[in-house]
Design a protein around this ligand. Structure first.
Ligand SMILES: *Cc1c(COP(=O)(O)O)cnc(C)c1O
Length: 226
């Protein structure tokens, strides 16, 4: 596909997603400006990302540190104000790379990772905004801390100088997400955290009405993953 077609597609998809956010915010009497759209660009090449940057998108999400390291330095040369969010499961041995690269890390979910991030933050003098990921559906195969483990993890992170701004969740697939999204928002409120990272292509309206402040949207912006 030539670049002009890519640009038109990207602009149309972005407009459609923004429209969905605005409508959902209106239903909930929320200001759409309080919801930051993150374009999840995992698996998509720079050629697919550039049209969104050109259309004004600045927040992007990647799952893997290595993939982000390969793609983003060049893109950031042209768009220095682009913000990179790491949203995938993070190994502790990648913590230093993550701190060096990311503006926000949404997948902080265990004490060993908090320790590794705290060390990297101290060494680099750079502190990405961190979200504690909660395994909101208590699914064994999924990342995220257990709900019962959240208070201790939050205390540990705060004591270690890791700046926790909010909670993140991925609700169970194939069932109604609203109760899980509502629970995540309630946990954030109960812990005095202002940011809630939840909502994807399939459930962004529900997430916005239930209080999401960051939504992570991939396929609705990029088309199906390759
Ligand atoms: C891929 C991914 C998304 C985006 O999912 P879509 O359904 O493509 O919008 C959001 N959050 C996480 C953690 C992801 O891995």
């Amino acid at each position: 596909m030539i670049q002009d077609d890519l640009s038109r597609d990207a602009e149309a998809r972005l407009a459609a997603v923004r429209d969905r956010i605005v409508r959902a915010a209106r239903v909930a009497k929320r200001d759409p400006a309080d919801v930051t759209l993150i374009a999840v660009s995992k698996t998509h090449a720079a050629a697919a990302i550039r049209p969104l940057l050109a259309a004004g998108m600045r927040d992007f999400g990647e799952n893997r540190v290595q993939e982000a390291q390969a793609k983003w330095p060049a893109l950031r040369e042209d768009y220095p104000d682009a913000r990179l969010h790491l949203i995938g499961q993070l190994q502790s041995n990648k913590a230093a790379d993550a701190v060096a690269l990311a503006d926000a890390i949404h997948s902080v979910d265990r004490p060993s990772l908090v320790e590794a991030l705290a060390r990297a933050i101290a060494v680099q003098g750079r502190a990405p905004d961190c979200f504690l990921q909660v395994n909101i559906g208590a699914e064994p195969q999924k990342g995220g801390c257990a709900i019962e483990a959240l208070p201790a993890l939050l205390r540990q992170a705060r004591d270690a100088g890791v700046s926790v701004v909010g909670l993140m969740c991925v609700p169970p697939a194939e069932i109604e997400p609203a109760p899980y999204l509502a629970l995540c928002a309630k946990l954030a409120r109960d812990h005095g955290l202002g940011e809630v990272s939840m909502g994807m292509s399939g459930d962004m309206e529900t997430a916005v009405t239930l209080g999401a402040t960051y939504i992570r949207v991939g396929s609705a912006l990029f088309g199906a993953r390759v």
